[in-house]
Design a protein around this ligand. Structure first.
Ligand SMILES: Cc1cc2nc3c(=O)[nH]c(=O)nc-3n(C[C@H](O)[C@H](O)[C@H](O)COP(=O)(O)OP(=O)(O)OC[C@H]3O[C@@H](n4cnc5c(N)ncnc54)[C@H](O)[C@@H]3O)c2cc1C
Length: 406
């Protein structure tokens, strides 16, 4: 019997690990399109990008681990097709590989900027370890960059570029960075943070063109005609789930591969986890696709059990973190689209030491601790309990979080 994992990121490597922990001792093949051992991406826009950590640190396991666990690791090997009826896969080398169970952990790919000039040299994206190294070399060689998109990756890259002494312009279509996640009041904290670090943050602007000379980017033209000169342009406008393989095989795809709470696709022998999975979440009674590290770390425990025919449900709350300059934060929970402006703040926004709670009616649905630590568990308990809270107690740092409910 052969189990195959397609995709070589955190979700893939962790699923292999849990399968072995759970006693699966059959053949296990991990086909990974990239030429590197499976690795974690958060350092690629933080310490690794800033040259503060070694490459070895990004790998989920070293090469010896795959050998000792008898994982047949095929690096630089893409799964090109799924023959569901024949229970077999096409691999990029031409091999046909049979499978009894298949996990799709193909992740996501950066969205491309659809404007003239986007193919010029010096226009960079950040997803892979190679991208991160290219960007690090670029930051060491240029004096200015323009970053298109003030999302998490754009802002982390802005912080890394400032640390490298590079002049930074950030160009964002919305009125605030991270507006759709954080709402305007908390998003303003990130505007202030970056402006204090001399980032030229331009909000509510549209990029119409990347300008160039001799095939190389020279800056960005905005829709209002303004030109932002830059030696390199970094695009961080989000990522799209890598669903091509699943869609071609006739699996249900809708903003990701649609899976149930046990991470099973519409085919009983195929499963999905990580950025690519749009999973039914029992707490929200809805499908949720989470593009964050903790999801890729924790879904494999469920995916592996489901592959082994056990009953398992993924119901962890979405969680992510960021580090920018001296701001560290963790965010947990989920707000409804368009419902992120009802916020209670405990602490001080100006000194950037606070917890923000997003409320839906009188219930906490999300919380973000900024430079305040060891509070994730009580925040998650507040969200999970669904109990109404007293807003003034919630805002009072002297009231323990469990005592804020009514
Ligand atoms: C620069 C960066 C910084 C980040 N920082 C944070 C952070 O601070 N906090 C946080 O919570 N999250 C962060 N994230 C998000 C987090 O890294 C992702 O959620 C996580 O990498 C998802 O893991 P995954 O295994 O699902 O997919 P991926 O890591 O995308 O891995 C998928 C792998 O599958 C391979 N693949 C695709 N198709 C095929 C195929 N057909 N056959 C074989 N292989 C295939 C791909 O090449 C890729 O190697 C960051 C992401 C990036 C890019």
């Amino acid at each position: 019997m052969t189990f195959v994992i397609a995709g070589g990121g955190l979700a893939a490597a962790k699923t292999a690990e849990v399968l072995r922990e759970q006693g699966y001792d059959g053949r296990l093949v991990l086909a990974c399109a990239e030429p590197h051992l499976p690795y974690e991406r958060p350092p690629l826009s933080k310490d690794y990008l800033q040259g503060k950590s070694e490459r070895d640190k990004v790998f989920v396991h070293d090469a010896a681990w795959y050998q000792s666990q008898e994982v047949d690791l095929r690096l630089g090997t893409e799964v090109t097709a799924i023959d569901r009826a024949g229970h077999a896969l096409g691999l990029s080398g031409g091999e046909r590989l049979g499978y009894a169970k298949l996990l799709l952990a193909t992740g996501a790919t950066p969205r491309r900027l659809p404007v003239p000039g986007a193919d010029l040299d010096g226009v960079l994206y950040l997803r892979t370890v190679d991208d991160s190294e290219r960007l690090r070399d670029t930051l060491a060689a240029v004096s200015s960059v323009a970053i298109v998109g003030a999302g998490w990756i754009g802002l982390e890259v802005a912080a890394a570029a400032r640390a490298a002494g590079v002049r930074v312009s950030v160009l964002e279509a919305e009125r605030q960075p991270l507006l759709r996640v954080l709402g305007s009041r908390i998003a303003a904290v990130f505007s202030a943070l970056h402006r204090e670090h001399d980032v030229d943050l331009r909000l509510g602007v549209q990029v119409s063109e990347i300008t160039g000379e001799h095939g190389r980017a020279t800056g960005v033209r905005l829709a209002d005609g303004a030109h932002v000169a830059a030696d390199a342009v970094i695009v961080g406008i989000g990522a799209a789930p890598d669903t091509g393989l699943a869609a071609a095989a006739g699996l249900r795809v809708d903003d990701g591969i649609v899976v149930d709470a046990g991470l099973r696709t519409s085919d009983p022998d195929i499963f999905a986890a990580g950025d690519v999975a749009n999973a039914y979440h029992p707490l929200y009674d809805a499908h949720v696709r989470v593009e964050h590290w903790a999801n890729a770390l924790n879904q494999p425990a469920v995916a592996a059990r489901s592959m082994l025919g056990q009953d398992a449900v993924y119901d962890r709350l979405p969680y992510f973190y960021t580090d920018q300059y001296d701001l560290g934060m963790e965010y947990t929970g989920l707000t409804r689209p368009g419902h992120n402006d009802d916020v209670v703040v405990r602490g001080d926004l100006d000194s950037r030491e606070f917890i923000a709670f997003w409320l839906d009616g009188d219930r906490v649905v999300a919380g973000m601790n900024v430079n305040v630590w060891d509070v994730t568990s009580p925040i998650q308990e507040l969200i999970r309990s669904g109990r109404p809270v007293d807003r003034s107690r919630l805002a009072d740092p002297a009231t323990p979080l469990p005592e804020t409910t009514l």
